[in-house]
Ligand binder design. Structure first.
Ligand code: C2E
Ligand code: MG
Ligand code: MG
Length: 591
């Protein structure tokens, strides 16, 4: 273009050299350009109120020029763009600079669209703000295409599940999360059994139908935060996060999900009008950062899956043979426990609680399991599992009923009428909404004197929900029941909590009693607990007292109540009652 001789069509667009007639031509040209622009153009005044919109804006937004004029562009806000975006926008243009970014806006008809915008302030020669001008392009389609591409890159088209790439991504994230929260996760590698036969006999289309249904069933088996992915062919992976910190428990959780999956996949399918049966083999490995890599995990789960195939298909195997043993043992223990409840294989042993040199004041009821083939099993071996599975509720109720029946029987004989009975209560049991009611009901039904019943609680149980705990304890105390804090000194109770709890007795944990002579710290702890109990007006008893020296030490510190092998082991009821008779004969005065 030659500025010296502009043609009428090609106006020189530089204002500085423009004469009035030329200026008019320039304006017309600019206006035509703006009016026919393929992008939306909005001009506002300095306050941000719209003064001009071009036809493209009307077309995209659905608002006419008349409707838009005088309004704030805010009217297009969909509420979907993050608030920070707007703050940044205003900060930029207020500083006199151009802002570029994307908006998620709403058309007049309510539909949403994406715009890429650049917004600049228009200043006069003195630098005063006159207008803002926004140039905006509708990028809704481009966005959708990009989303589609991303989806294709990360999802399997047949099943709509995450593909291997996304799975590996999530596994990396899950490992990072487990490093923070210390929880275990699990990878379940799932391979359909005999899928090839279906493909070969009924064609790939039918095979695809099965895969899509398997995908749906897998999703239904897991929580929303878990991942179900398809690796390709008939291979699927389920990733479970946030399992227990405890390996055995996490193994059991993974196994439970795996079994649910096997069960679900075993149900008949309808494929193109015909019924089809299918099974799967599952390999499982647990993971927890920082020990394993994603690669390693996939390999392990894959290996375990082959072991499941080798074991005859339609089954689940853990990568780690030890884990396999642990979960198998738990599973059979759980089955045995259920049977034990049905067949009444539990019994109570009674361990004497004494004061002074051996006057028996009562007993602690300790649970035993008379296993048909294994003999007597002690509570530490099965109470944790009973807690996890909820079986403790039925077991605990049985313990209470049996203990109260015993109290009622003792009440009928003068020589045993004064005996108290301490019963251990598990956390899960105590936190049941109807715990108070069930204890009161058992007392009522048995006719036992509530004053003779002492419930042993642990510190961790008490601290779980202190207000609820206090409320429950108060109600039971009002009914005459008393409370002893078991294993005291091993937990983390703060004194301020302890003060609020309506306890009657602290029970010094046996670990301090055991080492009272070998570890000066333990002697100090025992001494401190006695002093603490005295200052709070609580009784105190020591458990695990095995020697006369221990008893003497405790007595010298002011703890006269004891329980332990020194006096008696936990005994069946006949043995305990015999002990009472012997003790009474040895010391008819009862001292
Ligand atoms: P715990 O309530 O602290 O019971 C004391 C444990 O110490 C008992 O073990 C008892 O046999 C043992 N013991 C008693 N005297 C001595 C001693 O002089 N030396 C040594 N080394 N040990 C002694 P047990 O019977 O195996 O019970 C273990 C735990 O199982 C109990 O600890 C209690 O927490 C729980 N438990 C027992 N029975 C029940 C029950 O009916 N329900 C619930 N929820 N838990 C129970
Ligand atoms: Mg106890
Ligand atoms: Mg104890």
């Amino acid at each position: 273009m030659n500025p010296a001789a502009p043609s009428s069509e090609q106006a020189d667009l530089s204002w500085s050299s423009a004469e009035p007639r030329q200026a008019e031509a320039i304006l017309r040209t600019l206006l035509r350009a703006v009016e026919h622009s393929p992008v939306s153009i909005v001009i506002t005044d300095a306050k941000g109120n719209i003064e001009y919109v071009n036809p493209k804006f009307e077309q995209v937004s659905g608002y006419s020029r008349a409707e838009a004029t005088g309004k704030n562009p805010r009217m297009l806000k969909s509420g979907e763009s993050p608030a920070g975006e707007y703050r940044e926008l205003w900060a930029t243009i207020s500083a006199g600079e151009t802002w570029r970014g994307e908006f998620h806006n709403r058309r007049k008809d309510g539909t949403l669209y994406w715009e890429q915008a650049s917004i600049s302030p228009v200043l006069d020669e003195q630098g005063r703000l006159l207008h803002y001008v926004a140039v905006k392009e509708d990028i809704t389609e481009r966005k959708a295409a990009a989303d589609e591409i991303a989806h294709l890159a990360y999802y399997d088209t047949l099943s709509a599940l995450p593909n291997r790439r996304l799975l590996l991504d999530r596994l990396h994230q899950a490992l990072a999360a487990s490093a923070r929260n210390k929880r275990q996760g699990a990878v379940l590698f799932i391979d359909l059994d005999n899928f090839k036969i279906l493909n070969d006999t009924r064609g790939h289309d039918t095979g695809d139908l099965l895969l899509a249904q398997v995908a749906q069933r897998l999703i239904a088996c897991v929580r929303e935060e878990d991942t179900v992915a398809r690796l390709g062919g008939d291979e699927f992976v389920v990733m479970l996060c946030d399992l227990s910190e405890n390996v055995g428990e996490a193994g059991a959780q993974a196994k439970a999900v795996g079994e649910k999956i096997l069960d679900t996949l075993n149900k008949p399918y309808r494929l193109a009008g015909q019924e089809h049966l299918s099974t799967a083999s599952i390999g499982v490995t647990l993971f927890k950062a920082p020990h394993k890599t994603v690669d390693e995990l996939m390999k392990r789960a894959d290996l375990a899956m082959y072991q499941a195939k080798a074991a005859g298909r339609n089954t689940l195997r853990f990568y780690d043979p030890q884990m396999q043993a642990v979960v198998s043992a738990r599973a059979s223990l759980e089955a045995d426990l259920r049977q034990a409840l049905r067949e009444r294989q539990f019994l109570l042993h009674y361990q004497a609680q004494v004061i002074g040199r051996g006057k028996v004041t009562g007993a602690e009821a300790l649970l035993r399991w008379q296993h048909p083939s294994r003999g007597i099993i002690y509570p530490l071996e099965f109470i944790p599992l009973a807690e996890e599975t909820g079986l403790i509720l039925q077991i605990g109720l049985w313990v209470l009923e049996t203990a109260c029946a015993q109290l009622a029987a003792w009440a009928a004989r003068p020589e045993t009428a004064q005996l108290t009975l301490a019963v251990n209560v598990s956390a899960r049991q105590f936190h049941q909404a109807d715990f108070v009611a069930s204890v009161l009901a058992v007392l009522e039904a048995s006719g036992a004197n509530p004053q003779r019943l002492k419930l042993e609680l642990t510190e961790s149980l008490l601290l779980d929900d202190v207000d609820d705990t206090i409320a429950k304890m108060m109600l039971l105390k009002a009914g005459g029941v008393s409370f002893s804090l078991d294993d005291f000194g091993t937990g983390y109770s703060s004194l301020s909590y302890l003060k609020r709890l309506p306890l009657d007795q602290l029970k010094i944990d046996q670990s301090f009693v055991r080492d009272v002579f070998s570890d000066p710290n333990d002697a100090t702890i025992a001494r401190t607990i006695v002093a603490l109990a005295q200052s709070m007006g609580l009784k105190v008893i020591a458990e695990g007292v095995e020697t006369e020296l221990q008893r003497e030490f405790l007595a010298s510190e002011g703890c006269h109540a004891c329980q332990g092998y020194l006096f008696s082991r936990p005994l069946p009821i006949a043995g305990f009652e015999q002990l009472l008779t012997i003790a009474a004969a040895a010391d008819p005065s009862g001292d």
